[in-house]
Write a protein of this length. Structure first.
Length: 278
């Protein structure tokens, strides 16, 4: 990859393209539908632009064999897109072969489904701010690596976000559950969150695959208790799909049977709290 190629491409990428590259740099991969919700508005517009960027090696994509039907494309940075990101950060431009090797590793990663589910959660919140509530803002979205760094190894959240709407702020840790771990191990993660202290004692949100698993988790927490100072809320993807997504009234707090919107979790504070921390 040469500097002249990157310079030529810079004259053709739009501000939306640059946002797309930043998202992919930070969060690695998204499906076509996720990118449509994140930046384009419609799947048709997303496909047209993504294919154009694919043809210029700004983006790359992969999918696994699947019958019947076909799997949705998973999009990543292409060699030119990775070079644009590197140039904007004052870093050496990566070799095209290194970028393609990284895509191959991602495509075969055993945690790919988990990554896409986690990214889908934050995409849904972003989409909510664009289509349902223009007062709402996803003021922060940290990936797993950034969240783990801030937690100094005490716990490994799948992500961290700050949701702000109507002068209220909710800072949260996200635990995405695909139903592949014993619930005892899922609940055991709360010990690490108790070690974070009040400054980062945000609610821990468990994003679960179904109602039965959610009920079983609450039953386990009721028997074993929740560490002091830890707020736990759960929701399921199926329920959220009928209630406006994860921003809606889908969150069940430990010890309660009712459900509240994300903005009404008990750690909501008046604007001006620590949500603007970099």
């Amino acid at each position: 990859m040469t500097a002249s190629v990157v310079a030529a491409e810079l004259s053709r990428v739009t501000p939306r393209d640059r946002r797309l590259l930043d998202y992919l740099h930070q969060h690695h991969t998204f499906t076509t539908d996720q990118l449509a919700d994140l930046t384009f508005g419609t799947v048709g517009r997303a496909r047209a632009r993504l294919n154009t960027l694919l043809g210029r090696a700004v983006l790359d994509r992969f999918r696994h064999y699947q019958r019947p039907g076909s799997q949705a494309w998973r999009w990543t940075l292409g060699p030119v897109g990775a070079a644009i990101i590197a140039a904007s950060r004052g870093e050496p431009m990566p070799r095209p072969s290194a970028v393609r090797d990284a895509t191959a590793r991602l495509a075969t990663s055993p945690t790919l489904a988990h990554l896409l589910a986690t990214n889908g959660f934050f995409v849904a919140l972003t989409h909510h701010t664009r289509t349902r509530d223009d007062r709402a803002v996803l003021a922060r979205w940290w990936n797993e690596a950034r969240a783990r760094e801030v937690c100094a190894g005490l716990v490994r959240p799948d992500g961290h976000g700050v949701w702000r709407t109507g002068g209220r702020v909710v800072e949260f840790w996200l635990e995405t559950d695909l139903g592949t771990e014993p619930l005892s191990r899922v609940a055991g993660k709360l010990t690490g969150y108790a070690s974070l202290g009040p400054r980062r004692g945000y609610p821990v949100l468990f994003w679960l695959p179904g109602a039965a698993r959610e009920a079983n988790l609450h039953a386990l927490l009721s028997r074993g208790g929740v560490p002091d100072g830890v707020c736990v809320a759960t929701a399921t993807t199926a329920h959220a799909a009928t209630q406006g997504g994860p921003a809606g009234p889908v969150w069940r707090l430990h010890g309660r049977a009712d459900r509240v919107p994300l903005s009404d979790l008990p750690t909501s504070t008046i604007e001006g709290g620590s949500w603007d921390e970099s």
